[in-house]
Design a protein around this ligand. Structure first.
Ligand SMILES: Nc1nc2c(c(=O)[nH]1)N[C@H]1C(S)=C(S)[C@@H](COP(=O)(O)O)O[C@H]1N2
Ligand SMILES: [Mo]
Length: 316
């Protein structure tokens, strides 16, 4: 693990895989006996929640943005539209029990349980550049699982061409889902072409900075597609559906002229209301100069071939 400038749990506090399982069984027993919810023991900041993750060859060596910035400057419209709203409001989200339903064009439809994701799949640390369509960026040390490893469990049919993703709808816990004037239509939905979903860079993130995912970052599981604008990385996923036709996406439904299905980071194709040529690095200071945005957010060598022959001005 790289050395981070935030208090990592001491080695003695890091829960081993078998301890984690034992503790879970123990806590399930308590919760079952007392009728308590299962959530608290996995709360943010709990040393016991530390995740064991192998390093990945896919990580950038750029310096990660601080944990403070990553967890307080967020977009998660279910909790409000200001950058500080998710950190202030997402504490109400309960993330146990939690399953992700997988259906549509698969031979074995079923569900994934979040605790299976955390314990039965090899977790990897992926330090990725992250570029929001609003022209700011971060470097985020995710912990996740290649999405292909999850989808392959369900035996995707040969004629499937896309994956549609859905976020939780739970108005009791998500204040903007109770709003009379919601900023988006719920559920938040996203989509990927199947080859994008199966690409080794695409992960389902379950943690960051070596710990479980904070609610404001999309707990307990959120998609991360590092060569696309941030809004493709849908949070708090409850459903994945394999489809033949291109699925709808929240921001395209809200403003089709501004947000297309592909939403690949592209410094040469401006948003209708602002340039995408440069970006502001969060945490670099107010007077830091902007840096050039890279084609496909710097992942062109790995994913450029997915788009060969496509007019990226048309398929924005
Ligand atoms: N369900 C849901 N997912 C979402 C959003 C949202 O509002 N709701 N915002 C998106 C946008 S615009 C961005 S930039 C990223 C932000 O992720 P972060 O807060 O972890 O940096 O989440 C994306 N996923
Ligand atoms: Mo975004």
């Amino acid at each position: 693990m790289p050395v981070y400038k935030y208090p990592m749990p001491l080695a003695s506090e890091i829960t081993s895989h078998s301890d984690y399982l034992n503790r879970r069984t123990f806590l399930t027993g308590i919760a079952g006996a007392t009728g308590l919810a299962m959530t608290p023991f996995l709360g943010e900041g709990s040393a016991h929640a530390a995740l064991k993750a192998g390093k990945s060859e896919f990580s950038t060596d750029a310096k990660p943005t601080s944990r403070q910035d990553i967890t307080t400057y967020n977009n998660f419209y279910e909790f409000g539209t200001s950058k500080s709203d998710p950190a202030a409001n997402a504490g109400t989200l309960t993330t146990r029990p939690w399953t992700i339903e997988v259906d549509g064009m698969v031979n074995n439809p079923g569900t994934l349980d979040i605790d299976d994701l955390l314990t039965k799949f090899p977790l990897e640390e992926r330090i990725y550049r992250f570029r929001c369509v609003e022209a700011w960026s971060m470097v985020i040390p995710w912990v996740g699982i290649p999405l292909s490893a999850l989808l392959n469990k369900f035996d995707v049919q040969g004629s499937a061409k896309y994956v549609a993703f859905e976020t939780l709808v739970r108005p009791e816990e998500m204040p903007q889902q109770r709003s009379l004037f919601p900023p988006l239509e719920w559920p938040y939905v996203e989509g990927l072409r199947l080859d994008e979903a199966m690409h080794p860079l695409t992960i389902m993130a379950v943690g960051l900075y070596g710990d479980i995912l904070p609610n404001q970052n999309g707990a307990p599981a959120r998609l991360v597609v590092p060569w696309k604008y941030g809004f493709k990385s849908i949070k708090s996923v409850v459903k994945m559906t394999l489809t033949e036709s291109e699925p709808p996406t929240s921001w395209n439904k809200a403003a089709a002229r501004e947000y297309g299905f592909y939403s690949n980071v592209n410094p040469q194709v401006d948003h209708p209301r602002w340039s995408q040529a440069t970006e502001r690095k969060i945490g670099a200071g107010l007077f830091a100069s902007r840096v050039d945005t890279l084609m496909l957010n710097g992942y062109a060598d790995q994913v450029g071939s997915l788009y060969s022959g496509m007019d990226l001005k048309k398929f924005y």
